[in-house]
Unconditional design. Structure first.
Length: 352
């Protein structure tokens, strides 16, 4: 039965909306935290559906792509709900409108491959055979390659409404999961190297640059790094247009000499226990007493136990970042390479 494998989203949605508002206002009860977390966990079913669909499309497209998926971390959801805009209003007014509880990531060797696959998967010939629908009519709406975010983030996103056909086994219906949103992220390898290095750097330095706080030197550093990578390796000039390549790189390395971000990333302890990875894993970055950081990986036979364990780890003082990831072990090693090794790709792309 589906309901035994994945929790159903709380119904009606108004319960979840009210719980999210209570968390944003700072007066949520345990039951309200649980309602939002159940809504989050229910997206595990949507992830599973898209895993099957997208892998099939990768095989039939003829384009090489790495695939990974993740369920948004509980702490990240809570943090996002509590954040305020500059005018003091909540950043998120309706938790059920968040588009990235369920995330699928496809990584391509080049932007050309990325565009080729996305054009294929969104073609009328492919889409007429599936029930999932794009939430947005404008196919350029989330094109962060042509319009990078202020942080320097690049890639293209699509948001789908999850509309699975009735489950093939037993009598369980998929109705409770109809309409949940799934965010599909398409990135080139250089774009992915930048994004994952920023994520790790934020974790190590306990910063929020990833979430848009890019007006300080650290934010400028990563935005410049993104533009340097784009100019050097993808022949794209989209930011810092007033700066020549030489001036851009000169200012970037002045910031590096001051901030030592590349130096810290290069010194991150390597993880070599690749053989441990299975289909359901919890990646947990732990702070050691000696000031170093290490990665611990726990493996599980099903999604439910893995999600429960990641929630448990997030509540501990030692854990800096715990996240549930699922997929084929070989592709996980590649897609999450900066969790498993020092960020070789990012540092190499930015060598002086």
């Amino acid at each position: 039965m589906i309901s035994m494998a994945f929790p159903e989203p709380p119904m009606p949605k108004s319960i979840v909306r009210a719980a999210g508002k209570a968390i944003a206002d700072g007066g949520a009860s345990d039951a309200e935290f649980d309602a939002v977390d159940q809504w989050r966990a229910a997206h595990g079913y949507a992830i599973n559906t898209f895993k099957v669909w997208l892998r099939n499309k990768i095989r039939s497209s003829g384009v090489d792509a790495e695939f990974a998926q993740r369920l948004k971390r509980r702490n990240t959801v809570i943090d996002k709900l509590k954040r305020k805009k500059p005018d003091g209003t909540p950043l998120i007014r309706d938790v059920t409108s968040m588009q990235d509880f369920a995330g699928c990531r496809l990584i391509f060797k080049s932007i050309d491959d990325l565009v080729k696959f996305r054009t294929f998967v969104l073609s009328p010939k492919v889409m007429e055979n599936v029930n999932h629908k794009l939430k947005h009519d404008d196919l350029d709406k989330y094109n962060y390659i042509e319009r990078p975010k202020i942080t320097g983030y690049r890639g293209i996103h699509d948001v789908f409404l999850h509309n699975p056909r009735p489950h093939r086994f037993g009598n369980a219906k998929s109705d409770p999961w109809q309409g949940l949103m799934v965010e599909v992220q398409y990135r080139s390898r250089p774009q992915h190297a930048w994004a994952t290095a920023l994520e790790i750097s934020d974790i190590l330095d306990r910063q929020r640059t990833k979430f848009g706080y890019a007006e300080d030197e650290r934010g400028r550093f990563f935005a410049m790094a993104s533009e340097i990578i784009a100019r050097r390796h993808e022949v794209k000039r989209k930011s810092f247009l007033e700066l020549t390549d030489d001036v851009l790189e000169e200012e970037f390395f002045v910031l590096e000499d001051k901030l030592l971000i590349l130096q810290r990333l290069s010194a991150m302890r390597q993880f070599g226990q690749f053989e441990k990875l299975k289909k359901h894993n919890v990646l947990n970055i732990v702070s050691k007493d000696n000031g170093e950081y290490s990665l611990e990986v726990e493996v599980f036979t099903n999604a439910q136990d893995a999600i429960a364990r990641s929630n448990q780890l997030e509540a501990t003082d030692e854990s800096i970042n715990a996240v549930y990831v699922t997929g084929e072990p070989a592709q996980l090693r590649s897609a999450y390479r900066n969790y498993f090794n020092d960020p070789v790709d990012f540092v190499n792309l930015l060598r002086r």
